[in-house]
Design a protein around this ligand. Structure first.
Ligand code: HEC
Length: 160
């Protein structure tokens, strides 16, 4: 082959798909920068943030906020109440010592989640493998109390 290099290059057309992708990405980049530049679109992290705060406040005022943290955690009186509730309604399946029976152990890993919100959900809405929903029977307060007890055992019960 003694064609000059420049001519050989000219034989290889850039594939159409590549061009489409290239210009697509450039267009997206331009759009993205414009959309998130406060000077151009008016978008601002502060506006997003203050909107979220406003929504939270509205929810709190209406009492519809989903609580995600146990208000009774480590509260001795609530833990004592929770212990009674547990013995009455949960022990027959989860065992008096919480180590399991018909239902799984509550002192080890919890497959549906170990953060307060998820544990609350397990108790209030139930779980498909045989965990009944206690939402209406116990109500929010008593679920948090029973959970405060369960968590106290999870925390202190692990110590040798
Ligand atoms: C009728 C038996 C039964 C009763 C009563 C019961 N549970 Fe359960 N519970 C289960 C079963 C079975 C599961 C496992 C469900 C699954 O795997 O889908 C479970 C799951 C759970 C879980 C989630 C565990 C995980 O691995 O994520 C929690 C938390 C829980 N129960 C707490 C309680 C509490 C607190 C009470 C009392 C208010 C209670 N349960 C009463 C049978 C019961």
């Amino acid at each position: 082959m003694d064609e000059p290099i420049g001519k050989m290059e000219a034989h290889n057309k850039v594939p159409r798909g590549f061009l489409v992708l290239l210009f697509g990405l450039i267009a997206f980049g331009v759009y993205y920068i414009a959309a998130y530049t406060p000077g151009i679109s008016g978008w601002s992290q502060y506006k997003v943030f203050s909107k979220e705060i406003a929504e939270d406040k509205a929810n709190a005022a209406a009492g519809t906020a989903k609580m995600t943290e146990n208000p009774y955690e480590r509260d001795e009186k609530s833990i004592a109440e929770g212990k009674l509730l547990f013995a009455e309604r949960c022990a027959r399946c989860h065992g008096k010592d919480l180590k399991g029976g018909v239902g799984p152990s509550l002192v080890g890993h919890l497959k549906y989640g170990e953060i307060d919100g998820k544990k609350f959900e397990s108790i209030s809405e139930g779980r498909p493998g045989g965990m009944p929903a206690f939402g209406t029977e116990l109500g929010r307060d008593r679920i948090w109390k029973v959970l405060a007890y369960v968590d106290s055992v999870r925390e202190y019960g692990k110590k040798p």
